[in-house]
Structures are given as structure tokens and as C-alpha cells.
Design a binder for this molecule. Structure first.
Ligand code: GDP
Length: 204
């Protein structure tokens, strides 16, 4: 699936104010600084669709972008940023939880993980929560160019082995680099085939 058009639609902190039409959401989430904005820009072949963060944790909004007039790319706030106050962490949890639980149009979440890091408790906790809430998700390892191919493969394998301790079935995963445009076609292909599948079976 080629991305031909991409435009910003709305930012908010409330699921009630998200677009009300039936186009499916594909949501992107991960820890602050994981490379989410870079990945979104690379995926959409746009320089500044999502703002690459100069101050991590600043953009605490649900951002909808309309892609190809057919689906929404949803840029969710980064989690786990230490300098955010307890109060705003709690607010964040509430509206993100609400988004995931109540957004009927949500088709798939992309959970971003920095390939250089071993499994972190906050990511594992989030993955566990998504699994228990039965929200469809895939894993996207970012910044693969920062490691050799061999080391990158070992990191992914280590991550999946850790998840296997808790899960019977492992989620689908992608290895990407926004810097080298690695994995973008695979992600676009995944979104394209998911859209084809749901256009025949799902009505919201
Ligand atoms: P966000 O906070 O998750 O949106 O992360 P950003 O996209 O702002 O990226 C955080 C930092 O990681 C920035 O300095 C980016 O230049 C860098 N970065 C993001 N993606 C890549 C990548 O694929 N390769 C490399 N080498 N650096 C990256």
C-alpha cells in the first residue's frame, strides 16, 4: 500500500472527540524517544507529519491523521517519561486506557520498542495490559540501524523469548529503521492487507 495522501485531522485528549466516521484507526504508541515521530514520518514519506520531539513527553495528545482518505494513523503520546508529574501520568493513563477500550474503530496498535534496549518493565506491563484487554497489536522494533544485523536479530529474539514466558502466541513483529527506511514497505503491506481484510468483514 502506497501512502499518497496524509493530512492532520484533530488532536485531543478525549475519545469522544475523535473522528466519528467508520474509517479504521491504526495507532502508534511507545515510550518517549522510542522514535515514534520519525517512524510515522518515514512511513508516510513526509518530513514533518509527526513532530520529532525536542522535548519528550510534551505532546500528550491523541493525534489523528487521515491517510489515503481510507484510514486514520493515530499518533498517541509517549509513555514512561520521568519528568511528567504523577498527576499528568494518571490523566494520561486514564485517557489512553479509555481510547483503547472504547475506540471501536481501532483496528491495530503498533507498540514501538527501541531495538537496543532489553525488555523494560513499563513496556512489558503495557504489552500485558493490551493482551489482557484483547486489543489487537503488533510489535515494531525501531532504530535497527543502530545495531549490526546480527546484534539486532539477537535483541529481537531475546525480546520474543521474554514474551514467550507469559504468552502462548507471540504477536507479529517488524524490524524497522526510520533513518534507513528499513521495514517501511513491510508495515505498509501489513496495513494494506489488514484494511483489505476488514473491509469485507467488519462494520462498526
Ligand atoms: P519520539 O519521541 O518517540 O517521537 O522519537 P523521535 O522520532 O523524536 O526520535 C527520538 C530520537 O531518536 C531522535 O534523536 C531521532 O533522530 C532518533 N531516531 C529516531 N528514529 C531513528 C532511527 O531509525 N535511527 C536512528 N539512528 N535514530 C533514530
Amino acid at each position: 500500500m502506497q501512502i499518497t495522501t496524509a493530512s492532520f485531522v484533530i488532536s485531543n485528549t478525549s475519545v469522544e472527540q475523535c473522528p466519528k466516521d467508520n474509517r479504521p484507526d491504526f495507532a502508534f504508541i511507545g515510550r518517549s524517544n522510542v522514535g515514534k515521530s520519525s517512524l510515522i514520518n518515514a512511513l508516510c514519506q513526509r518530513k514533518n507529519l509527526a513532530k520529532t520531539s525536542s522535548r519528550p513527553g510534551k505532546t500528550q495528545l491523541i493525534n489523528h491523521f487521515l491517510i489515503n482518505e481510507r484510514w486514520y494513523l493515530v499518533d498517541l503520546p509517549g509513555y514512561g517519561y520521568a519528568r511528567v508529574s504523577k498527576k499528568s501520568k494518571k490523566q494520561f493513563q486514564q485517557y489512553i486506557t479509555k481510547y483503547f477500550k472504547e475506540r471501536k474503530q481501532l483496528c491495530c496498535a503498533f507498540i514501538l520498542l527501541d531495538i537496543r534496549h532489553d525488555p523494560q518493565p513499563i513496556d512489558k506491563e503495557f504489552i500485558r495490559w493490551m493482551g489482557e484487554a484483547q486489543i489487537p497489536f503488533v510489535l515494531v522494533f525501531t532504530k535497527a540501524d543502530k545495531l549490526s544485523a546480527k546484534k539486532a536479530e539477537a535483541q529481537v529474539s531475546n525480546y520474543l523469548t521474554t514474551l514467550e514466558e507469559e504468552w502462548d502466541a507471540l504477536p507479529q513483529h517488524f524490524v524497522t529503521s526510520a533513518a534507513k527506511l528499513q521495514g517501511m514497505e513491510a508495515l505498509q503491506g501489513f496495513i494494506g492487507s489488514t484494511l483489505d481484510e476488514i473491509s469485507t468483514i467488519k462494520t462498526f
